[in-house]
Write a protein that binds this ligand. Structure first.
Ligand SMILES: [Zn+2]
Ligand SMILES: [Zn+2]
Length: 268
């Protein structure tokens, strides 16, 4: 695996979490490489939302995986003197049969793997709880009878299952549900039962030797990081390795929120 510790000690201009038109991003791989080089980045990783066993507009289609790898190899070769490029997936944990530990992902020769939860199981289907609060609100009513406790509990249960199943290097935005849940029910992240989930997740992470991403994509719009800044001291206390990723969906945003997060973290 990539030596993230060494790499992130040498440079702050890296990003290992990004999306292009192959999934729900808004530009080509080449546009992102040009932006990364333009901003002086030394290391840049592509991480399309992984293939999953059902239709989703946000995830790469299985039939496009070859195209992704082909374009990746060609860009890597073309820009090898300017930037280090890496291929990955942000792999969705769906259930015990599909997630980062699925052997399929080991056959792809990825440089590293991100494991993330976006979907909540519901009556044999899977509901994407990521995305805008407006959509989330509609889904809460349509599928979950507005039971926010169920959705949050299930999100963190899925997260713990994913950690236990393993097969990934970096855990993506491990408290992502906090944003929409916090809009749905302000103050929810301060509640004791919610804090207990965070404790459990951080304990599981520390025992598994995985890297926590500090995801900076929502700073400008939602004034928060994932995980929430209030947990940074716990990551430090347990000496959990962290990296700072922008989760960019647009080339202009490849460094968005990263300098702020790095500065806050390093000054703790
Ligand atoms: Zn994600
Ligand atoms: Zn992402």
């Amino acid at each position: 695996m990539l030596n993230f510790k060494e790499l992130t000690q040498q440079t702050q201009l890296y990003n290992f979490h990004s999306h292009t038109q192959l999934c729900d991003g808004h530009a080509t791989m080449r546009d992102f490489v040009a932006a990364a080089i333009g901003q002086g980045f030394t290391d840049y990783g592509f991480s399309p939302h992984s293939p999953i066993p059902f239709d989703s507009p946000c995830n790469i289609k299985m039939e496009n995986v070859e195209n992704y790898f082909h374009e990746f190899e060609s860009l890597k070769e073309e820009f090898k003197n300017k930037i280090n490029l890496y291929k990955s997936f942000e792999i969705d944990y769906i259930d015990s049969s599909w997630g980062p530990s699925n052997p399929y992902f080991d056959t792809l020769n990825l440089d590293y793997k991100i494991g993330s939860v976006h979907f909540i199981p519901h009556n044999g289907t899977h509901i994407d709880t990521d995305g805008s609060f407006n959509n989330f609100k509609i889904k809460m009513e349509t599928f979950f009878n507005n039971d926010i406790r169920y959705v949050v509990d299930t999100f963190y249960r899925q997260t713990l299952e994913m950690i236990n199943a393993g097969g990934f290097d970096i855990i993506g935005h491990f408290d992502k549900i906090g944003q929409n849940a916090g809009y749905f029910q302000p103050g929810i992240e301060e509640e004791q039962w919610y804090a207990k989930w965070i404790d459990k997740v951080i304990t599981a992470i520390k025992d598994c030797n995985i890297i926590v991403e500090i995801n900076t994509k929502s700073l400008a719009q939602h004034h928060r990081f994932f995980p929430n800044e209030r947990y940074f001291h716990l990551l430090k206390k347990y000496a959990i390795p962290v990296i700072f990723n922008s989760d960019a969906h647009h080339p202009d945003l490849i460094n968005a929120g990263r300098p702020e997060a790095i500065s806050i973290y390093n000054n703790l």
